[in-house]
Design a protein around this ligand. Structure first.
Ligand SMILES: NC(=O)c1ccc[n+]([C@@H]2O[C@H](COP(=O)([O-])OP(=O)(O)OC[C@H]3O[C@@H](n4cnc5c(N)ncnc54)[C@H](O)[C@@H]3O)[C@@H](O)[C@H]2O)c1
Length: 255
């Protein structure tokens, strides 16, 4: 029942973490996978792994904040597979820095990749999808974009912006067969989090997570893949928490 045979999925950020786990899961249910990432080596290694297992996969080196790269990515995907049904736009960067200590260069870099990159990717992919009357777009927000955690002025603003933009796009394209949703992960064990979360952040985060643990990339990928299926056709404009209960939580007594 849950097959994506004949569907082509672009996965940005597909060389690592949540993107890599999602690319793996999409390939497992027979999608053609286009891995788009800045990291050449890891992207090509992933494609080699998938190809060795008989999956259809290509790597396209892409900076999602660069409009020319984004257009070249769409063109390369169409040239190889003839269509783009799914966009998993997960490329992103982060930084833990207080609002007062955030310099404009860091602000511009994070907004540029996370928010402008999302705009460019979602707009470019949707053009192909709207023309063909079918598409599934999954953007990447974050709990940091919905809640007010410390140290996340630039990152939180970029991710809150993604959720707002996703809602607008989902309205504008609602009659076109293209659904647009976003994921809002909490704390997921990846390379990004190893960089962003020091020991104090980890303790503080765990205190607010009812499940009392960080999530895995596969747990986010499973939610992403559901939103990429033809069967998710009546869900659009949703920002889905994948967070061990963090967003729903209040006072938590343990034991
Ligand atoms: N890990 C978490 O706890 C968490 C929580 C909420 C949201 N997120 C979001 O999930 C997404 C994936 O994060 P992750 O934790 O898997 O991180 P990750 O660092 O493991 O993977 C991110 C990937 O994006 C790529 N990338 C970065 N900038 C790029 C650019 N300009 N163009 C193309 N590729 C680029 C990197 O090379 C890397 O392969 C990000 O958008 C992140 O903000 C992560």
């Amino acid at each position: 029942m849950f097959s994506l045979k004949g569907h082509t999925a672009i996965v940005t950020g597909g060389a690592s973490g949540i993107g890599l786990a999602t690319a793996r899961m999409l390939a497992d249910i027979k999608a053609n996978v286009v891995i788009a990432d800045l990291n050449d080596q890891a992207g090509q290694d992933m494609v080699a792994t998938l190809a060795a297992e008989g999956c259809n996969a290509i790597f396209v080196r892409t900076d999602v904040a660069d409009a020319a790269d984004v257009n070249a990515l769409i063109a390369a995907s169409l040239e190889k597979f003839g269509s783009v049904e799914i966009l998993m736009h997960f490329a992103g960067i982060g930084m833990e820095q207080s609002a007062l200590a955030t310099v404009q260069g860091d602000w511009d870099r994070i907004i540029g990749v996370n928010l402008t990159g999302s705009f460019l990717m979602m707009q470019a992919a949707s053009r192909v999808m709207i023309e063909r009357g079918y598409g599934r777009i999954v953007a990447m927000s974050s709990m940091a974009g919905l809640r007010g955690g410390t140290g996340r002025a630039a990152y939180g603003a970029s991710k809150g912006g993604v959720a707002a933009m996703m809602r607008v796009m989902s309205m504008e394209w609602a009659g076109s067969g293209v659904t647009v949703n976003a994921l809002a992960p909490g704390a997921i064990e990846t390379a990004l989090v190893k960089k962003m979360h020091d020991a104090e952040t980890r303790r503080a985060y765990l205190a607010g997570i009812p499940m009392d643990r960080y999530g895995t990339p596969e747990e986010v990928a499973a939610a992403a893949v559901y939103l990429a299926l033809p069967q998710s056709s009546y869900i659009t404009g949703v920002t889905l928490p994948v967070d061990g209960g963090f967003d729903a939580s209040g006072v938590i007594k343990r034991g």
